[in-house]
Design a protein around this ligand. Structure first.
Ligand code: SAM
Length: 245
């Protein structure tokens, strides 16, 4: 069975997404490792390398759909604990796990956790040097609105980086990937969380997300310059980059 989310409107879509992450928050980090066979760590490290945050105390970043904090922790560490970041997520359960992890990692002084919607950021114009979002934008009902908000809150010269599942460009890998994602992942989800459906929903949302070129066009449409992308692992994931110039 599936949620049949193709038929539902924006409000219901966000409701389904919220249910999924409330259910999985506590086991989210384990599931991430299982589902991506640990690869999400490599992709996230590559994202932080691409960002190359300044090592100065004035550096401000916003990590949207930041969930349990993975991206924000990496940015703070890459800045030699200089950068100050805001982790924003629509889901309080995910943020709760993130805030706890931040304290354990002694990174809490660098981070603020904010419960809000990517489509309606509670920040002034021109506030951040960087806006990051990893495996989150495909869950946002109105991607164009989220991208306009990203543009608005970035400073001039600010950087947008979006890490997301994308279109696989190697036929053999695609076959393996399809088997893995459509059959194995929901089963693992069921084993670990007792429920296959949330994972089915997540996997389907990957299919619906625009491919590399089309997503790059959406980023340009939101106003960003010098838009480019890099594929990771044959396009299973892609990193899109843009600048507010
Ligand atoms: N960035 C983290 C990572 O890479 O591990 C978490 C990614 S998780 C797959 C997706 C996150 O997007 C969830 O925490 C979910 O609550 C959040 N999310 C979904 N819709 C959102 C929205 N409209 N605004 C902000 N966050 C949203």
């Amino acid at each position: 069975t599936s949620y049949g989310f193709r038929e539902v409107n924006t409000g219901e879509k966000q409701g389904l997404v919220n249910d999924v992450f409330h259910k999985v928050a506590k086991r989210y980090d384990v599931m991430n490792d299982v589902m991506s066979v640990g690869m999400h760590r490599i992709w996230k490290d590559a994202m932080i390398n691409a960002l190359n945050p300044r090592k100065d105390a004035g550096y401000r970043f916003l990590d949207v759909a930041g969930g349990t904090g993975d991206i924000a922790f990496r940015i703070v560490e890459a800045s030699d604990k200089q950068a100050k970041g805001t982790v924003l997520d629509i889901n309080g359960s995910m943020l709760g796990v993130g805030a706890e992890r931040a304290t354990k990692k002694k990174l809490a002084d660098n981070l603020t956790f904010v419960e809000a919607n990517a489509e309606e950021l509670p920040f002034e114009n021109n506030s951040f040097d960087a806006y990051t979002i990893a495996f989150g934008i495909r869950n946002v009902p109105r991607i164009d609105v989220a991208l306009s908000e990203a543009y608005r809150v970035l400073k001039r010269g600010g950087r947008l980086l979006v890490l997301e599942f994308s279109e696989v460009d190697l036929p053999l890998l695609e076959r393996v990937y399809e088997e893995w994602s459509f059959k194995a992942i929901p089963q693992f989800g069921k084993m670990i969380t007792g429920d296959a459906e949330p994972y089915q929903y997540l996997v389907e949302s990957i299919r619906k997300f625009p491919n590399q070129e089309n997503f790059a066009t959406m980023i340009r449409t939101a106003g960003f310059s010098r838009v480019s992308f890099t594929n990771y692992t044959g396009g299973i994931a892609a990193l899109h980059s843009g600048w507010k110039l």
